[in-house]
Design a protein around this ligand. Structure first.
Ligand SMILES: Nc1ncnc2c1ncn2[C@@H]1O[C@H](COP(=O)(O)OP(=O)(O)OP(=O)(O)O)[C@@H](O)[C@H]1O
Length: 689
């Protein structure tokens, strides 16, 4: 660490910050000045190299609002170099990324390095050899404060960290931020869990599931960079608005190569242009459909009825029906993909021909076998016995032809269920068929039955509770040889097929042994608000413990009955909320959105839609309840809870939707209603004891 002349401890830290920023600038300039014109190799290599350089330059950006380091650890004993990115000594600055000086000596250590871990986990009861933990406070990019904990000093007692509280309270404008400076011990356990295992996190609203999932990918990329760069990583979220809300977290942590997608985008084999009714959607998402599809894919397999005769030169070679049957039966019994078996079949027949050639005194080699496999007679047998399968056509047929569905679903779906799955208006072509989201998942399953889906190294699945079993399977095949982080909250499930217990979900995902962790400490929602929302828990998720909140903000909840002029009251509440710093979300039943948009417009209050970034100028978002999941606002105005509940097909789903809407606020929630509140919300639970 560079020497500094000041004796003022704060100034010394500032000097180190200035020196680190200068060093980062030099690192960036070094990369920028790399000349690739001399690099021999193809133009492809040059393009790849330039891309890598560009990514590295972007990763080395010095972002004014994300301080280079946020903590410092002073150990009692020197740490070995391998644990500290080559640094030696007892004292280390912890930051978002590694920074070294011109001599290559580290000035800031990456938060993911082993030496940084005690910053998140060390405590008075388990100091992990840390003598002092220092947290830094910044104002507008300037280092302005620090806070120390002397973990081995018996005279010092635990005090709540003001810097930590300030960081959590910071008004939210713009996209989601990273939490590297303040990851909590129980969160860190998940972030740093071994890459080999799948972790499932059940967590109440605002407990940091999304944050933890994103930091976990960043951690895994650090710890297993090469392997995961090769296999790839993916974050799955519920919709585009959510994905754009979280998209800047990983780049801010220097990770630019993580793909993001919704489940629907993953399975976009056809153009979706229709919706199923809930019953059909539920059945199509049921895991039993996997068996129906397995049978459908294999329905075309037929045993041979004629021998295969191959003519080569002046000789004819004949594979009799019983031998062909044996080959087909053997392939049927093997646990390989339909397409792989289809590729193996001509080779097997050719092999049988070759054996006959050898018996006939010839000495054919591998090239002969390949040529025989391509012979027209052999191809004809393959076509008849193991016809090609087009997954979309197959599913189209299944949904259109009652007899075909009946044959494939025999003993799996009863007659009524089959009727529900069938299209009401059959007969259109694959291209123009009224495909639904659930159909696309069926096609994905069929595609995988024909040809194995490539697996990524790690997949983070957020808001998992809304997935159907067939959707879990679709995600599962994308991490079949990798691992997953599954994040969700059973109380926030708003699909008819929402997950009822995690063991089932993990079974469908293909990770039955995965660990389930629970997070209950809430960072977003103030105590009063979470307590109010938790009144719904007995009705929507009886087994779940209510979340606690790390933040007590008296006065953060108001519930007002409006006798007359709800829209005007809502507009006034938005105006009032906007008088505070930070973002405001007006959440309402989807059906109420047009009327409220009009009221806001008439009042001259500009408003955004979810997924559009809030800025210091545009801070009001009008949020349909169906899109509120995963999002958060400093202030929330919630319009007419009864309408939010009524917007869903059944009461439990409606109350769950309301629970989501009630748990989006960081600083204040104002509920306005003209209709009576749902009784579960109005009821004040009897005092305990
Ligand atoms: N350790 C932490 N330090 C500071 N802020 C945190 C911490 N953990 C979570 N937060 C903040 O709390 C808020 C909620 O986090 P997040 O969105 O990850 O929760 P969630 O469990 O996914 O919520 P939901 O179930 O509602 O989607 C975010 O603003 C996040 O940055």
């Amino acid at each position: 660490m560079p020497a500094t002349s000041s004796t003022d401890p704060l100034q010394r830290e500032r000097d180190h910050l200035a020196a680190s920023r200068a060093a980062l600038r030099v690192m960036r300039e070094d990369v920028e000045s790399l000349d690739t014109t001399d690099v021999t190799g193809t133009w492809v290599t040059a393009i790849v190299l330039n891309k890598q350089i560009e990514a590295r330059i972007a990763a080395l950006a010095d972002l004014a609002h994300t301080p280079l380091f946020f903590g410092r650890l002073d150990y009692l004993h020197a740490i070995s170099e391998e644990l500290a990115e080559g640094a030696t000594g007892e004292s280390f600055y912890i930051g978002r990324r590694h920074v070294h000086d011109a001599a290559g000596d580290p000035m800031v250590i990456d938060w993911r390095a082993p030496v940084s871990q005690p910053f998140y986990r060390a405590s008075r009861t388990d100091p992990q050899d840390v003598e002092r933990r220092r947290r830094f406070g910044y104002t507008g990019g300037e280092l302005t404060a620090y806070e120390d904990e002397h973990l081995t000093d018996p005279a010092e007692t635990d005090a709540a960290s003001a810097l930590l509280a300030a960081e959590i309270e910071k008004p939210r404008v713009g996209p989601m931020r990273d939490i590297v400076a303040t990851i909590q011990p129980e969160q860190d356990e998940i972030v740093r869990a071994d890459v080999g295992g799948t972790v499932c996190v059940q967590g109440a609203p605002g407990t940091g599931k999304t944050a933890v999932g994103l930091h976990r990918v960043a951690y895994l990329l650090y710890a297993h960079r090469e392997r995961l760069a090769r296999t790839g990583t993916l974050v799955i979220g519920p919709n585009d608005a959510f994905l754009s809300y979280i998209e800047q977290v990983l780049p801010a942590l220097g990770e630019l190569a993580v793909a993001q997608s919704t489940v629907q985008q993953l399975v976009a084999h056809v153009e979706v242009r229709a919706e199923d009714d809930p019953e059909a959607a539920g059945l199509k998402g049921d895991a039993r459909m996997a068996e129906v599809l397995r049978r459908a894919v294999r329905a075309g397999i037929a045993l041979p009825t004629e021998p295969c005769v191959v003519v080569r030169g002046s000789r004819r070679w004949r594979v009799p029906v019983h031998e062909l049957t044996e080959i087909v039966e053997e392939l049927k019994a093997r646990d390989i993909r339909y397409g792989a078996a289809r590729e193996a079949l001509p080779q097997r027949i050719a092999h049988a021909v070759l054996l006959k050639m050898e018996q006939g005194g010839e000495a054919p080699d591998d090239r002969v076998q390949d040529a025989v496999a391509r012979n027209a007679q052999v191809k004809a047998v393959v076509k008849a016995c193991w016809p090609p399968v087009d997954p979309a056509k197959l599913v189209h047929r299944l949904l259109n032809e009652p007899e075909f569905l009946a044959a494939c679903a025999d003993g799996v779906l009863d007659e009524e269920e089959q009727r529900a799955v069938l299209r009401t208006k059959p007969g259109r072509s694959v291209r123009t068929a009224p495909w639904t989201p659930a159909d696309a998942v069926l096609i994905d399953e069929a595609t995988d039955l024909v040809q194995r889906t490539a697996s990524l190294g790690h997949v983070v699945l957020d808001e998992a509770q809304d997935l159907s079993p067939m959707q879990y399977r679709a995600v599962g095949r994308r991490c079949s040889t990798g691992s997953a982080t599954v994040l969700g909250d059973l109380a926030q499930g708003t699909t008819p097929w929402a997950t009822a217990d995690w063991a089932q979900a993990l079974h469908h995902l293909g990770k039955p042994g995965a660990h389930v962790e629970e997070l209950t400490k809430g960072f977003r929602v103030p105590e009063e608000v979470i307590a109010y929302a938790s009144r719904l828990l007995p009705a929507i998720a009886p087994g779940l413990a209510p979340a606690t909140s790390v933040r007590d903000a008296p006065g953060s909840l108001t519930v007002d009955r409006v006798e007359d002029g709800l829209d005007a009251a809502v507009v006034a509440a938005c105006r009032e909320a906007l008088a505070h710093e930070g973002s405001t979300g007006l959440i309402a039943a989807d059906a109420r959105i047009p009327a409220l948009a009009e009221a806001l417009d008439a009042a001259g209050l500009g408003h955004l839609t979810p997924g559009t970034e809030t800025t210091s100028k545009a801070r009001l978002t009008l949020v349909p309840a169906s899109l509120a999941k995963g999002l958060e606002y400093d202030y929330v105005v919630l319009d007419e809870p009864a309408a939010v509940v009524a917007g869903e097909p059944d009461e439990r789903t409606g109350l769950r939707r309301l629970y989501v809407a009630l748990t989006r606020a960081v600083s204040g929630l104002k509920v306005l209603h003209a209709q009576p509140l749902p009784e579960q919300l109005a009821a004040v639970p009897a005092p305990v004891g």
